[in-house]
Design a protein around this ligand. Structure first.
Ligand SMILES: NC(=O)C1=CN([C@@H]2O[C@H](COP(=O)(O)OP(=O)(O)OC[C@H]3O[C@@H](n4cnc5c(N)ncnc54)[C@H](O)[C@@H]3O)[C@@H](O)[C@H]2O)C=CC1
Ligand SMILES: O=C(O)C(=O)Cc1ccc(O)cc1
Length: 315
């Protein structure tokens, strides 16, 4: 990513964890802003963000960080987006773009929408990139490279504002798609939210088993189970908020999933090998399609902080 004329004079990051931090790093890498202002609730997080250098100024209130900003990005858990928007409402300047990075979109339109002053362009967003880590040290500039970022503007949003936010995410390394918020929530219920729920559940079930001790689960964990433990290590607050705020779509997908699981249960009970073989053949092809589409989960930066990877390999 080469540096060019900044797209925005002042950017405000509200929330300085994995996503806020990664945006800060990506902005610095590509020179997308003249100044990056940051807000986090804790003094330690603000100090750490300044020390790492992904923000230029740290502020004790979200409103102070958002003051005079051309682009304000809410990077807090979904349940905290509404209260954060309420807090910054009086500080937002006319013509500014307000966006977020929440994993759920319909609830964000509902919760943030009422606090958008006239003349401010509100465009909900969702970068499809992340890891199981959180906090200011988890962020890294490459997180968004070749990943999708979905924008879900409400009808009537100015095209120029959507264009500017698209250019921003492209500057961070992403490819941008636009879709309707309800559709977004349905798609991500199956490709992201349900997989996390299944991971939380299987890891919970395994560690609850009476006859298999927790130490045996840890000792003999095969790679399939290990993959689930990575997802199940994701931030509890973030994922609680995702499930509480995408309830309908997740329950819809969970209903379908349970029916399909019952069919598998029946096939195993009745020794229906053909059914099992046919399904496993179809699912194997899906993995190949993902890799062919360039979304290779084994790519070096998928779900990995390269800084951490380096420090681990040095040991
Ligand atoms: N972690 C991931 O893989 C991805 C997360 N997202 C979304 O990004 C957002 C942020 O997630 P992360 O950066 O991963 O989380 P994080 O836990 O690393 O950072 C969250 C930040 O929000 C602050 N915060 C937490 N509760 C707050 C509250 N009630 N009021 C004000 N500030 C609060 C924290 O102090 C921290 O600065 C979430 O909405 C999540 O759905 C989107 C894509 C991927
Ligand atoms: O770590 C993983 O495997 C992820 O799935 C990352 C992720 C988590 C939540 C999102 O809304 C988008 C991406």
């Amino acid at each position: 990513m080469s540096k060019s004329e900044p797209l925005f004079g002042r950017i405000a990051l509200i929330g300085l964890g994995l996503i806020g931090g990664s945006i800060g790093h990506a902005v610095k890498r590509a020179g997308l802003a003249g100044h990056v202002a940051g807000f986090a609730r804790s003094k330690e997080t603000r100090a750490r963000a300044l020390e790492i250098g992904f923000i230029d100024s740290a502020h004790e209130s979200a409103a102070e960080a958002a003051q005079d900003a051309d682009l304000v990005i809410l990077c807090v858990p979904v349940g905290a987006l509404g209260p954060s928007a309420k807090e910054i409402e009086p500080a937002l300047k006319k013509g500014a773009i307000l966006t977020d990075v929440g994993s759920v979109k319909t609830a964000v339109v509902r919760d943030v929408g009422p606090y958008v002053p006239s003349g401010v362009h509100f465009i909900p967003g969702h970068p499809i990139a992340g890891t199981e880590e959180s906090g200011p040290d988890a962020g890294f500039a490459e997180l968004f490279d070749n990943r999708w970022c979905i924008l879900t503007p409400v009808p009537g949003t100015e095209a120029e504002a959507i264009k500017a936010l698209t250019a921003f995410w492209e500057g961070c390394g992403s490819n941008v798609d636009v879709m309707e918020s309800k559709h977004h929530d349905l798609v991500f219920a199956i490709v992201s939210h349900l997989p996390h729920l299944i991971a939380y559940n299987i890891v919970g079930t395994a560690t609850d088993l009476e006859k298999v001790t927790q130490s045996e689960v840890i000792k003999y964990a095969a790679s399939g189970f290990r993959d689930f433990t990575r997802l199940a290590a994701s931030d509890p607050t973030m994922w609680r908020d995702v499930f509480l705020n995408n309830r309908e779509a997740v329950l819809e997908m969970l209903g379908r999933f349970s029916e399909d699981l019952a069919a598998l249960q029946r096939a195993i009970r009745w020794g229906d090998g053909d059914m099992l073989f046919d399904l496993f053949t179809r699912t194997r092809a899906v993995r190949r399609s993902i890799i062919d589409a360039g979304q290779d989960t084994d790519a070096p930066n998928f779900g990995r902080n390269p800084t951490h990877a380096k420090s681990v390999s040095k040991k």
